[in-house]
Design a protein around this ligand. Structure first.
Ligand code: ATP
Ligand code: MG
Length: 732
């Protein structure tokens, strides 16, 4: 333990050792707030406190897991009895045990936001109200906000909305479901009403700690107060500059007034940053200094200057993704960095598709944290199930899925009948033909199957003649898929259609790169099963939203999509200066995740929802040498090449060569001679060096793959046309 304490600076150590009574630690990013909590827990155990009596609340599951692992490394199996958890998980655990007090069954289900919305929609329908006058999505977030703010009886717009709210709660009850907000609310309710329960928990948790306290809301702070016994052994840590959940009801006064709410609070300020290099810290400080609503804070580091921050001005989002993935590959090789030391952060999950695809194409393992993978989404899986059975008429799982989209009256029993043919070895087209001939299904199911058979034949024929994107369009039209989605849940239709557009965009991009058939497209997207093949222990590049990255740190961080309207997002720009300040705090969170290297990028055009949108760089971007206002960028934007973009060209060629079974090493050789992944991109105008001709200027790039040639003008030696793979050119 002495070791652990000696690692700390005097302020940290004082905060760790101040175990009795209320303690507040406020400090900037990377100053060791979380470390204080972790070490404090070890210290308590060391002093003989039972791990069973310690409760630590974190903001994300990942943060909880990391904290537990750290403590486990130091104290071993004692760590098992600790309660380190998020607020929601804590409440879920509590209610599984105690919900009986409310006469409810502990088998309750927990509804996520989309379940909540469907439930509300049903309520609105039952009330014979028009959904358009009472949009479920809006009501959902309003209700959630009210519940979070702890204002359950709170004002909704009018009596009808209040009735919707009441009926919604009843509907949840009837289905034995809880929404996320109920988890907290009901926990508080039980603790408030049943003194014996409260006593039990108060007695149990002698020491309570809360990380990221700046983002707690009223109901969370109420929960903590209910759990706290008269000793007030509560330690909270936070940073106002990282408050990023105002939109969800977080209440910054929880941290600002903590010392007023708890008399005798001891306050500790930490000023040394241990995470980042001087350049990253300078940049972060300059970013957050632009906010008006803040108290100035000191933060310094003993780490050296470090590497400069790189700002990339990219033409398109796919080039942005391509460059990042290549950068990760070469940094990982050259610096012996495992893939999990990299993080790619974005403002919203919609930005992940192109990054995921690029990573997959380069066979770089990645994990998307806190979001459904694009190809795992229902609407994408629905349509891909059709694609799969067209490509592979033995894919029974996809067949069953496709049969149900839209519903065709073929239930479990009918499926069993069909399956008996399949079991005998018939592929799907034969299964259908035989079942129809034998009249195995009746009524609605038969009609559904016949229709499906016709659709299937047409789709197979279309796949032979049409481009994948045309095929997809036909499918969507034939299924009347939009109407199906609307019937399913009008409130999620828009976002699902957006995802469909994304799928279409992905296909068009692939077609532009030479993909002509559905099966090629499926190979490319590699779908979900590709992920299953990956070794789960293999380190992966982390991709996540900035919100999900809170509290985490990585050697190298890429923040993408730094464009006005994306980050800060349009809603904030349309809203008010406070919303922009919250977005800027989010940007501050993003840049302060980096330890060694920080790459910031924006794309001049981005395909969003199937449309090309032109953007300008984010107002948050400062020049890498900080201090001045957003001025000219140091990086010269790349000129578009009249011969096509070299990155795109290379992407297409790689794909084709892989299809032809060309060895990966050979492909690499084609694009560059060095082993470190630093590929040779050549464009007209580039300066190159040749072993015998000396220096020259590229005038033309032509051909593909192993046949790629360049014409280079060597002063005094004329123009030479060289085979790239053989010439051994060095780019200057
Ligand atoms: P954030 O505001 O992002 O949540 P934080 O204040 O919680 O950051 P930590 O994550 O606890 O900061 O610490 C940042 C990094 O600095 C971690 O890698 C941690 O191990 C390291 N660190 C903290 N204190 C010290 C110290 N005294 N000596 C060495 N390393 C330290
Ligand atoms: Mg932290």
């Amino acid at each position: 333990m002495q070791d652990q304490l000696e690692q700390l600076n005097p302020q940290q150590r004082a905060a760790v050792e101040a175990v009795d009574g209320p303690v507040l630690v406020v400090a900037g990013a990377g100053s060791g707030k979380t470390k204080v909590i972790t070490t404090r827990i070890m210290y308590l155990i060391h002093k003989g406190v039972s791990p069973y009596q310690i409760l630590a609340m974190t903001f994300t599951n990942k943060a909880a897991q990391e904290m537990r692992e750290r403590i486990e490394r130091a104290v071993g199996s004692d760590a098992r009895d600790l309660t380190i958890t998020t607020f929601h998980s804590f409440c879920a655990m509590f209610l599984r045990r105690e919900i009986g007090y409310l006469d409810r069954d502990s088998n309750f289900v927990i509804y996520d936001t989309s379940d909540q919305t469907s439930c509300l929609k049903r309520v609105i329908r039952n009330m014979d109200l028009e959904e358009k006058n009472y949009p479920a999505q809006r009501l959902r977030s309003r209700i959630s906000y009210l519940k979070n703010a702890g204002d359950l009886g709170g004002e909704l717009n009018n009596p009808v909305e209040q009735l919707i709210y009441k009926n919604y709660q009843e509907e949840l009850l009837a289905q034995n479901a809880l929404d996320f907000d109920d988890l907290l609310h009901l926990t508080c309710q039980i603790l408030e009403r049943w003194g014996e329960v409260q006593q039990r928990y108060r007695h149990r948790f002698e020491y309570i700690m809360v990380d990221e306290y700046q983002d707690t809301n009223q109901i969370q702070s109420k929960l903590i107060n209910l759990l706290l016994n008269e000793q007030h052994n509560l330690c909270v840590v936070g940073d106002e500059d990282q408050s990023i959940y105002g939109w969800r009801g977080a209440d910054i006064t929880n941290i600002l007034h903590f010392d007023k709410n708890f008399r005798n609070t001891r306050v500790f300020k930490l000023e040394q940053n241990y995470r980042s290099t001087q350049s990253i810290l300078d940049y972060a400080n300059a970013v957050i200094n632009k906010n008006k609503l803040r108290k100035p804070k000191k933060l310094w580091t003993a780490a050296g200057e470090g590497l400069p921050i790189i700002i990339k001005d990219e033409y398109t989002a796919s080039i942005e993704a391509e460059n990042i993935i290549q950068q990760i590959r070469s940094l990982s090789r050259n610096n012996n960095l495992a893939y999990n030391q990299f993080a790619i952060l974005f403002r919203s999950n919609a930005l992940s598709r192109v990054l995921e695809e690029t990573a997959r194409r380069y066979r770089i393992p990645y994990q998307l944290i806190g979001g459904l993978k694009f190809y795992d989404r229902k609407e994408i899986k629905d349509l891909l199930s059709y694609m799969r059975i067209v490509v592979n008429p033995r894919d029974w799982t996809s067949f069953v899925r496709a049969l149900g989209v839209p519903t065709r009256g073929i239930g479990a029993k009918s499926q069993d009948k069909l399956y008996s043919y399949f079991e005998e070895g018939s592929p799907i087209p034969d299964v259908m033909a035989r079942a129809i001939k034998d009249k195995r299904l009746s009524g609605k199911g038969m009609k559904g199957l016949k229709e499906f058979q016709i659709l299937y034949r047409d789709l197979v024929a279309s796949a032979e003649t049409d481009k994948p994107s045309e095929w997809l369009k036909k499918l969507v039209d034939r299924l009347d898929y939009q109407a199906y989605l609307e019937k399913l849940d009008i409130t999620t239709t828009d976002s699902r259609l957006d995802n469909l557009q994304e799928l279409m965009t992905g296909m068009l991009e692939q077609e532009a790169q030479g993909v002509t058939t559905l099966s090629q497209f499926m190979d490319f997207s590699a779908l979900v099963s590709d992920q299953d093949d990956l070794n789960p222990d293999e380190p992966r590049v982390n991709m996540m939203t900035v919100h999900a990255a809170k509290g985490l740190e990585f050697d190298t961080v890429f923040v993408v999509g730094l464009e006005d309207g994306v980050f800060p997002n349009q809603r904030a720009l349309d809203d008010n200066p406070n919303a922009v300040e919250e977005e800027r705090r989010l940007f501050y969170v993003a840049v302060t995740r980096a330890k060694q290297r920080l790459f910031l990028s924006y794309a001049r055009s981005r395909q969003t929802y199937g449309k090309t949108v032109r953007n300008i760089k984010s107002r948050f971007l400062l020049p890498p040498k900080t201090g001045a206002d957003s001025g000219p960028l140091p990086e010269k934007p790349r000129k578009p090449s009249p011969w096509g973009d070299s990155a795109t060209q290379q992407k297409r060629l790689t794909l084709q060569m892989e299809r032809l079974g060309v060895d990966a090493r050979q492909i690499k050789k084609t694009f560059g001679k060095s082993e470190d992944g630093d590929e040779l991109h050549l464009e007209p105008g580039d300066r190159v060096e040749h072993a015998s001709f000396g220096e020259g200027t590229v005038s033309v790039v032509m051909g593909q793959g192993a046949q790629r040639k360049v014409s280079v003008r060597f002063p005094g030696k004329g123009i030479r046309t060289l085979l790239v793979i053989k010439a051994g050119l060095k780019k200057l």
